[in-house]
Design a protein around this ligand. Structure first.
Ligand code: FES
Length: 98
């Protein structure tokens, strides 16, 4: 469904989305990696369990909340990928970090 535009830099950074390797261009966001991975959802809403994927790509909708490198509630569209980054689906609500 999603593909990188042809003028985008080559995909050279390997990250892991739900444990599967995905190559993304340097400077891409974790949300872009999620979309390139082709997942049906990266999180589910806490009340109804409705599936969500990154939407606005600019930190407004919060539909991209994910667990990134073991930290839940990260806005994937606000996080730049790094080699070896692990992005995982978030189920329902998470407790606030203290
Ligand atoms: S995609 Fe909307 S806040 Fe991240």
């Amino acid at each position: 469904m999603f593909r990188a535009r042809p003028e985008v830099r080559p995909a050279t950074v390997e990250v892991f989305v739900e444990g599967s390797p995905v190559l993304v261009p340097e400077g891409a966001t974790a949300a872009a990696a999620v979309l390139l991975a082709g997942l049906p959802a990266i999180r589910e809403t806490p009340v109804t369990g409705s599936p969500r994927l990154p939407l606005c790509q600019m930190g407004v909708c919060f539909d991209c909340l994910a667990e990134i490198d073991g930290i839940p509630n990260r806005q994937a569209c606000m996080v730049t990928v790094a080699p070896g980054m692990r992005i995982a689906r978030q189920h329902g609500a998470r407790e606030a970090l203290r």
